[in-house]
Design a protein around this ligand. Structure first.
Ligand code: ATR
Length: 277
């Protein structure tokens, strides 16, 4: 049976084995998908051993997404732009890398949540790897503006400059600090790509960022109403979503890339969703 896995550290919490088992069952594909915890200094050796045992592909989660790019023989354009890979495929001794996180996010927003992006104003909070991975697919969806706001303004500016140097989002993409959002028109979509959601302290967002039309989206999942979503609701955001749909959509992209069959994501999202209360 063809073998796949998610590799990370830690990886015990990952829902990917369940998601891929549900996809395999629904599409009639015979495959095994497990979770592998690699030592922090042992990513390449663990991948080598998985390949030597006949492994066909890996999803890559924290903290190995950058290393996965460096490990691969061929890196897709979007993984290069994201600076990270979340999926590897092994064929005939070669390793290909791709990154489906951003397309998973955009698909979740547009298809599952029915939130158009074309002509809309999008705010991305955070300027780390999670934000970087989202920017190219967001820009490709044709928004009016994508603003990257971060605690460290210099980091947001560097991220925007790096994308603009690649010819992306020239006049649509802007960087700022949280305080600089004051007085800007409200956003249609506000995406939390910071790690702050996990800590519990609210982001210092000025009033006016959220409006009744705003969809507030937290990239984390399975935590119910996160501090960010709570903050967004209190500030007037009309709709809230967590990152489960993004997780399932990136998994479906990986599955289709490996197996040539795209599974239906809706039943899996419905099965795994936790109420936002
Ligand atoms: P990831 O790869 O998951 O995006 P990262 O590269 O470490 O992780 O980036 C973490 C992001 O969360 C950064 O945007 C960080 O802001 P700074 O660049 O200013 O450090 C943000 N972050 C983490 N903790 C935060 C907090 N308590 N308040 C605001 N932003 C926070």
């Amino acid at each position: 049976m063809d073998r796949y896995a998610v590799i990370g550290h830690p990886v015990g919490h990952s829902k990917s084995p369940l998601i891929h088992a549900l996809f395999a069952q629904a599409t009639g594909q015979a495959l095994a998908y497990t979770a592998i915890e690699a030592p922090l200094d042992g990513f390449a050796a663990t991948v080598d051993a998985f390949r030597a045992a006949g492994g066909r592909g890996l999803n890559v989660t924290l903290p190995f997404k950058l290393e996965a790019c460096a490990y691969a023989d061929e890196v897709s354009e979007r993984a290069r732009v994201a600076g990270a890979a979340n999926a590897l495929a092994f064929d005939g001794g070669r390793c290909r890398a791709d990154n489906f996180d951003g397309v998973g996010l955009v698909r979740d927003l547009q298809v599952n949540l029915g939130q158009p992006l074309a002509g809309r104003r999008v705010l991305v909070l955070g300027a780390g790897g999670a934000a970087r991975g989202a920017l190219q697919p967001l820009l490709q969806a044709g928004p009016d503006a994508v603003v990257v706001a971060n605690r460290s303004v210099a980091k947001a500016e560097a991220l925007v400059a790096a994308l603009q140097a690649l010819g992306l989002g020239r006049e649509k993409l802007a960087a700022c600090g949280y305080a600089d959002l004051a007085g800007q028109p409200p956003f249609d979509v506000v995406i939390n790509a910071t790690a702050a959601s996990l800590g519990g302290e609210p982001l210092p967002l000025p009033s006016g960022v959220f409006a009744p039309v705003t969809l507030a989206y937290d990239m984390v999942y399975g935590q119910g109403l996160t501090p960010f979503l709570r903050q967004a609701r209190a500030a007037g955001a009309g709709r809230l979503a967590d990152g489960l749909g993004m997780l399932v959509e990136q998994a479906a992209e990986s599955f289709a890339w490996w197996r040539g069959v795209r599974p239906d994501t809706r039943p899996v999202i419905e099965r795994l969703a936790t109420p936002l209360t």
